[in-house]
Design a protein around this ligand. Structure first.
Ligand code: FES
Length: 162
């Protein structure tokens, strides 16, 4: 999901979505992480306005909300692409040339790791292990794992992604 503002078409406004998330946990401050997970799922990232609303509605200091939101990898403070590309840079994949795979993907999409394409289609990330080391080097495009894909394979997948 690509979101540029909290008022994007088809998405709930920040305050309504936050009210719903906070309410579903009985406004319990201890549920801060769960609330943020729910909102990450709704918006695809955690916009500043959402974090401020969470702080107000949960009565938790905004600094604490930001601390949690920036600590866990499950949260994103930047808009993300509709398709998430995760290149494994774990040891087993590195020895099987995952850095070269990352370079190939960067070149094909003309973007660096941690970037989101300007058209909002892709976010390129690196991860430490995808849990299938024997398949390395591995790249996960959304939930589909690709073992040592060729440049042509990658181009085909990227072209078919809307
Ligand atoms: S190191 Fe790449 S999947 Fe485990």
């Amino acid at each position: 999901m690509m979101v540029s503002t909290t008022k994007s078409k088809g998405l709930p406004k920040a305050s309504g979505a936050v009210k719903k998330a906070v309410g579903s946990y009985g406004k319990d401050k201890e549920a801060l992480i769960q609330v943020l997970l729910d909102l990450q799922a709704v918006f695809g990232w955690l916009p500043p306005g959402v974090l401020r609303e969470v702080s107000e509605q949960l009565d938790v200091p905004v600094v604490q909300v930001y601390r949690i939101a920036s600590y866990y990898k499950a949260f994103s403070l930047q808009p993300r692409g509709r398709h998430i590309i995760k290149v494994c840079m774990g040891t087993a994949c590195q020895v099987r040339r995952s850095p070269q795979l990352l370079n190939t993907i960067s070149a094909v999409l003309k973007m660096k790791p941690c970037e989101t394409s300007t058209d909002g289609r892709f976010t390129l990330e690196t991860v430490n292990c995808l849990g299938c080391c024997a398949m390395g080097p591995v790249v996960a495009i959304d939930d589909v794992y690709h073992s040592n894909p060729s440049t042509a394979d990658l181009q085909k997948v990227f072209e078919s992604a809307e």
